[in-house]
Design a protein around this ligand. Structure first.
Ligand SMILES: Cc1cc2nc3c(=O)[nH]c(=O)nc-3n(C[C@H](O)[C@H](O)[C@H](O)COP(=O)(O)O)c2cc1C
Length: 353
């Protein structure tokens, strides 16, 4: 069966224009990453997980995660927490911030999160998980989706028991990353569970895990019946993976790589501030320039430079033609002033840390 990734589908009442979803990734899914994902074919993009405790305390950095760009839609903002009232308040803030979907994190395997009763630990407490979904769906008119793992323990099939209950509690969509929390990112995602989940619920299911190519995306869609595939690590510093999945030319020229990296850097500096962005960006140099695109010493040199301006200058030295590609990219982007800000909240454009 040949599946068209350009097909649209609906998450609740929200039209999603393709069957590719860009994964929420903490420390990666900044606005620049999401906007880029939309340009390269993702039909839906997600924020990284946002702490409802941080929202409750009006932590400025946390509130910065609620900033929505005009060219990101449709966008899901993901929240994590374990307290129904706090989750409900966070959902209202997500709606006010201009997101299209509220996503709930029931998959994070990290101890710092699970020990508070949030993330993947909720799969071991389905009654409470359902209370959280009920609280959030009552608080917002946006569709609510839940992202989960297969269960906490290796080999667990808990998602098949919990998933249908979450739908009964009001979830409009489920995303399954069929690894256990214990597995973290080892082994492989077992999408036979995704197929089972699809057969048990009447809402769209998004398949997450190990989708790295067009062939793999089509195989996962065909064998699971999922509405969409989610792409995470394959898209880190590599929007061209999304382009390949959509059926267009995959490998970029060196000029395209440098132009996208420079655009990403500029937007990230604007979003996070220069100091925070400098540290944040270092991992992206290897992701963009690796894969045999540039010699290794270039990345090693870039991480030693102290400012984004210096990195930009060096990149234009190695690929001068990238300036023209960047000019074209910039001319196609909407005005950054089109960001939606929560005007009642202390979010400065350059703020957040
Ligand atoms: C660096 C990193 C951060 C992640 N952060 C989140 C997160 O904030 N919320 C979430 O639901 N999943 C998170 N994930 C899981 C991904 O969304 C995705 O389910 C997982 O990486 C499997 O997909 P992949 O094989 O395409 O990477 C994260 C994954 C990575 C690698």
């Amino acid at each position: 069966m040949n599946i068209d990734l350009r097909d649209h589908w609906f998450l609740g009442g929200v039209e999603i224009p393709s069957r590719l979803v860009l994964a929420p990734m903490a420390g990666v899914s900044v606005q620049a990453f999401r906007r880029q994902g939309r340009r390269y074919g993702a039909g839906l993009v997600c924020s990284e997980m946002v702490s409802v405790a941080g929202i409750q305390h009006r932590n400025e950095r946390t509130l910065g995660y609620l900033r929505v760009g005009a060219d990101e839609h449709p966008l899901a903002i993901q929240i994590f927490g374990s307290e129904p009232a706090a989750m409900a308040e966070a959902a209202r803030m997500v709606e006010a911030a201009g997101a299209d979907v509220v996503d709930m994190n029931f998959g994070c395997p990290v101890r710092k999160v699970t020990k508070t009763g949030a993330g993947a630990s909720l799969l071991d407490d389905p009654d409470h998980a359902c209370r959280l979904v009920e609280a959030v769906t009552t608080a917002t008119s946006l569709p609510v989706s839940v992202k989960m793992r297969r269960g906490v323990e290796n080999g667990s099939r808990r998602c098949l028991e919990v998933g249908p209950r979450l739908v009964e509690a009001g979830a409009s969509s489920l995303t399954l990353h069929p690894r256990s929390a214990k597995q973290m990112y080892t082994g492989t995602a077992d999408h036979s569970l995704t197929a089972e989940l699809v057969s048990l619920v009447d809402v769209p299911v998004i398949a997450s895990g190990d989708v790295t190519s067009r062939a793999r995306a089509q195989a996962v869609l065909a064998t699971t019946g999922a509405a969409a595939v989610m792409v995470g690590r394959a898209a880190q510093g590599n929007p061209w993976a999304l382009r390949e999945m959509m059926g267009d030319d995959g490998e970029p020229t060196r000029e395209e790589v440098v132009a996208e990296l420079v655009l990403f850097m500029r937007e990230t500096v604007r979003e996070l501030g220069e100091q925070r962005a400098n540290g944040f960006l270092k991992k992206f140099y290897g992701w963009y320039l690796g894969r045999g695109r540039f010699p290794k010493p270039l990345k090693q040199e870039l991480v030693t430079l102290s400012s984004a301006d210096d990195v930009e200058r060096r990149l234009f030295e190695v690929a001068p033609g990238a300036r023209f590609v960047l000019e074209r990219l910039l001319s196609e982007l909407p005005d950054p002033a089109d960001e939606i800000l929560l005007d009642s909240l202390p979010i400065s454009i350059y703020g957040g840390g």
